[in-house]
Design a protein. Sequence first.
Length: 257
Amino acid sequence: MMENRISTFIVRRYLEKLTRAFTLDVAFVGAGPSALVAAHDLAKKGFRTALFESKLAPGGGIWGGGMLFNEVVVQDDALPILQDFGIASESAGDGFYTCDAIELAAGLLYGARRAGAVLFNSIKVEDVLVREERVAGLVINWTPVVRLEMHVDPLTVSARAVVDATGHPSEIAVLTSRKAGLRLDTPTGRIAGEKPMWMERAENETVENTKRLCPGLYVCGMAANNVQGGFRMGPIFGGMLKSGRKVAALIAQDFTP
């Protein structure tokens, strides 16, 4: 039966892809804009890179634009990143540019995948692996399993570097701090918590707060601001794109592919 052959092809190819991802150079948790830029850059350098997204549709908060007006804004200093991905923009004046939110999300996704990064959607990271005071990988399960609180044991992924790109909750940094008990590179060694919206401050802080938090764990995008106590930025994405480029450079500096 053709139906059986189709099902076999899908399962076989997916399991091959997943098996290859059990050992990675870099594992991203979340597939928003900063993670997609970073995964693109690292994959092009030869790093074995995968992104694990808990939602069905990767792309983070890009798709809805501002309050479902599917346009977003970037600053002129982020234009080179858009150009790397072939994403169009239009000048809005005063050094700001607008992008179609759908094109931005689709372009970043396609660019990361074309560079060699692998994306897994509907997979929830529910814990981290820690070895000798170092984050060494992820504990994964299907998102519906976690949401339904089904008693199903997870699988694991090992990685030389893990990147928390989970956005506002900074879920992986929280797990690392509270559950694993590792000290983070923050003033208190723990999660500071995100401040209210202030776009000018937040755009700069998103890049400044992108860093290595502890051995094996890095943070980018809005997760970086939540960890360090930075401000929220809203539907402006230049800082997110530059954060992704920065974390990729940091990892490339710390490791070789």
